[in-house]
Unconditional design. Structure first.
Length: 441
């Protein structure tokens, strides 16, 4: 029999004393109680002009504003405790337990809870895991696009259409996923940026060409030489945006230590470094050519261009330097907070593709027609690549952690050893050819 009494459930949650002794908090997930229905506001404007009898031009604008997007948020994220603002009796904020050379734990960091440091003790709801999630309708989004197209009809049976779209989609989290990819989830605006699916430029050209009739009779020869045609489409488009993230505890350690199950916090750039300066000039597509050892010179990013949002002792509740049980002075230099900005500041490689279909139509009397076709996808066999690996692990998950150095002077192999900046997956397919047949009667 299942006990559905809320009071019994609460009694089984670990209390503060149990958490201090290492009890595991309860991991909880739900759809937020006070959610409201998400909706979008849409608007558009089109202008069409028949330039000539055989040329049509269209220019348009479309946009929308999304409200109450569903985002997985940790409703029990630990608060920052300071001597002037205690949280549940805690006056310091730490996710790790710093030690001196002799392995003595700082006197100001007496707790090492299940999640790490005193994180479980600073949570708003004692007994629930800091990674407890509430899918909350709290996000916003914007989309604006300029659309232009021109269609030309030729007398010889050729129809041609060219269209171009410039657009920009922005949000605080893309898709109804399991993880929040941004900065501090309590400040969603800090992660507002280009959507994961944003495509700045998209150009398509499509055509249909029906060859004229060479033999104007109903003979066998006419059925062989007439009825040939070709259709095709060519697409050029921008790659998708992305950022580099780290959930190993080197970002946001005072909130989740190395036990971050819910967020993928952004790894920020070193101060003064632009996104363009962080790139090596290589795509990363050939860094692991034929499965060989990754060449650090061919990855897409420079580890020297990134850093951690490190907190100094005494900052944001991090314990100040002080005496240890051995009587020496030790400092907690492992703690970090969340970054600001930096979401989806990089973009994947430009993509291009051409598909062609050649067909032959034969009419038998008035009731029966046969269409034979050959479809060639990705005619030029041009590869399109996915975004490079962007999941960096800057901590060894120990307590206290071993931190991988970043910033000026960082080893160029820092990222390549983890596949960061390495493209391993193509998009789409190689050249494919298929033959089709259709009978209509």
């Amino acid at each position: 029999m299942v006990d559905t009494n809320p009071a019994d459930f609460i009694k089984n949650l670990p209390n503060q004393q149990a958490l201090e002794n290492g009890a595991t908090p309860y991991l909880f997930g739900a759809y937020a109680l006070n959610n409201k229905l998400p909706y979008t506001e849409n608007w558009s404007l089109d202008w069409q002009w028949q330039l000539r009898s055989d040329i049509a031009v269209t220019i348009g604008y479309t946009g929308n504003h999304g409200v109450r997007q569903t985002i997985p948020l940790p409703f029990n994220e630990p608060e920052v405790a300071t001597p002037s603002h205690p949280v549940n009796g805690q006056i310091y904020s730490y996710g790790y337990n710093a030690t001196d050379a002799a392995g003595n734990v700082l006197l100001s960091e007496p707790y090492n809870t299940s999640t790490g440091g005193n994180t479980d003790l600073r949570a708003p709801y004692i007994g629930y895991s800091p990674n407890s999630v509430a899918w909350t309708t709290a996000g916003i989004s914007h989309y604006n696009a300029l659309l232009a197209s021109a269609q030309k009809t030729f007398k010889n049976g050729l129809n041609f259409l060219v269209s171009y779209t410039w657009s920009h989609a922005l949000d605080e989290s893309s898709g109804y996923g399991l993880f929040y990819n941004g900065n501090d989830p309590r400040n969603l605006r800090s992660g507002y940026g280009s959507s994961d699916f944003d495509r700045t430029h998209v150009v398509t050209a499509s055509y249909t060409y029906m060859l004229p009739k060479f033999v104007r009779s109903n003979s066998l020869v006419s059925k062989v030489v007439n009825g040939w045609g070709m259709t095709g489409i060519v697409t050029f488009q921008s790659g998708q945006p992305y950022n580099v993230y780290d959930f190993s505890g080197t970002v946001g350690s005072i909130f989740f230590a190395s036990n971050d199950f819910l967020t993928n916090p952004i790894l920020p750039l070193y101060p003064g470094v632009s996104p363009h300066q962080a790139l090596t000039g290589h795509s990363g597509a050939f860094a692991n050519f034929n499965g060989q050892t990754v060449n650090p010179q061919n990855v897409a990013f420079k580890p020297s261009a990134f850093t951690y949002p490190t907190l100094q002792p005494g900052e944001s509740g991090v314990p100040p330097c002080g005496p240890t049980t051995a009587g020496t002075i030790a400092c907690d230099t492992y703690e970090s907070t969340f970054a600001t900005g930096g979401r989806n500041i990089f973009r994947g490689a430009f993509q291009k593709r051409a598909d062609v279909s050649i067909f032959k139509e034969v009419q038998f009397r008035d009731q029966i027609s046969v269409r034979l076709g050959m479809d060639v996808f990705n005619v030029s066999n041009t590869p399109s690549f996915d975004t490079p690996g962007n999941n960096f692990t800057g901590s060894d998950f120990n307590d206290p952690p071993g931190i991988t150095p970043l910033g000026p002077g960082a080893d160029p192999a820092t990222f390549s050893s983890q596949g960061v900046g390495v493209i391993t997956n193509p998009l789409g397919s190689p050249r494919q050819v298929q033959f089709t047949g259709r009978v209509s009667f």
